[in-house]
Design a protein around this ligand. Structure first.
Ligand SMILES: [Zn+2]
Length: 347
């Protein structure tokens, strides 16, 4: 049973997982070292690091140097002691230098690193993924250790955000968006073509009798996942809306339970802070003429021109994350509200 579940996960992650292979990414030389962060004791625990500068988010962020963090600068495997996996990648960098700058600027940056102003010019998209792994711990294990990829942020079921790399780094999560984007992998098992798909049956306790009002069925982490790594003790993850959500992404009808309230609230704080730190990341998503969020890949011109928040499915035709349940308006409305408050305080 355990073996079966594990191979299921390997297949699911290989086929459906959202990050993309480094073949799409010109290799380039990774910047040596990592930016130094101020001592943990001097920080509030809600900061993100942008070209070495810290920005407060108002929600818990675990930076890559904290105990129990996920450090994408590390060249060794994060989980070397867990059951052997011949597919785990050898040591090596899982990130690179953002490209697309004039040659002379690129040379200077390679020598001295990015300034915030330079990064503000370069980065104008935020790409939202779900991880098809269910927890951030499992996501890092698959994405970083096994597949040799990376993403700036992971957002766990309890709303804890992990930053694994400074935003100056080019992470490997979204093919043609990598040079200009920041990425987040939200812990979520994904969307499926049938409402009774066995993953949905396995992961959500739909026979639960004492369902709290307004919330969906409890997430059941599989038994083989001995440790979830969720930082909030005894956290029970529940979809923010009770019903299984049906919708069409990329022309495919899909079924998906919602993300957690904690994830939505933390994500809105992150989006608002990204807009503050990197203002070209506008607080909006691609829209249809009727105002609804586009539910499929953007054509090339539109993608090139777009500055703001994207789903992975807006970037690539072969992706459907973050799926039909992702509540764009909830995230964007809340992010605009938080952003306006920040502006009021600083004006
Ligand atoms: Zn993705």
């Amino acid at each position: 049973m355990r073996v079966q579940s594990r191979s299921w996960l390997a297949v699911a992650c290989a086929l459906a997982s959202c990050a993309t292979s480094p073949e799409h990414v010109p290799t380039g030389v990774a910047e040596p070292g990592e930016p130094s962060l101020p001592p943990i004791e001097s920080r509030s625990g809600d900061e993100i690091s942008v070209a070495g500068q810290l920005f407060h988010t108002g929600t818990r962020v675990v930076l890559w140097d904290e105990p129990g963090a996920y450090d994408a600068y590390a060249q060794e495997l994060r989980f070397p002691d867990e059951p052997g996996d011949p597919k785990s990648k050898p040591k090596g960098a899982r990130h690179g230098i953002r490209k697309g700058l004039p040659d002379d600027v690129a040379t200077q940056i390679a020598d001295r690193g990015w300034s915030l102003a330079e990064l503000r010019d370069q980065v104008d998209q935020f790409v939202v993924h779900y991880d098809v792994c269910g927890t951030s711990r499992q996501c890092f294990k698959i994405l970083h250790d096994r597949r040799g990829l990376s993403v700036h942020f992971m957002l766990d079921v309890d709303g804890t955000i992990y930053q694994t790399l400074d935003l100056k780094e080019r992470a490997w999560h979204g093919t043609k968006a990598n040079d200009r984007s920041v990425g987040v992998e939200i812990a979520h098992i994904g969307a499926y073509p049938k409402p009774e798909h066995r993953v949905l049956v396995e992961w959500y306790d739909r026979n639960e009798t004492d369902l709290p009002a307004g919330k969906g069925p409890r997430v059941r982490f599989p038994k083989w996942m001995k440790t979830t790594g969720v930082r909030t003790a005894d956290f029970v993850a529940r979809p923010a809306r009770p019903a299984l959500i049906e919708g069409v992404v990329q022309g495919q009808r899909l079924y998906q339970f919602d993300f957690t309230d904690e994830q939505y609230e933390a994500l809105a704080h992150l989006v608002a802070t990204l807009h503050e730190a990197l203002p070209r990341i506008a607080l909006d998503a691609p829209r249809e003429p009727d105002g609804s969020v586009v539910s499929k890949v953007l054509d090339e011109d539109r993608f090139d021109a777009f500055e703001g928040v994207l789903g992975h499915f807006h970037v690539q035709k072969n992706k459907t994350d973050p799926g039909p349940a992702f509540d764009w308006e909830r995230v964007l409305t809340r992010a605009r509200e938080l952003s306006a408050r920040t502006r009021d305080r600083t004006d």
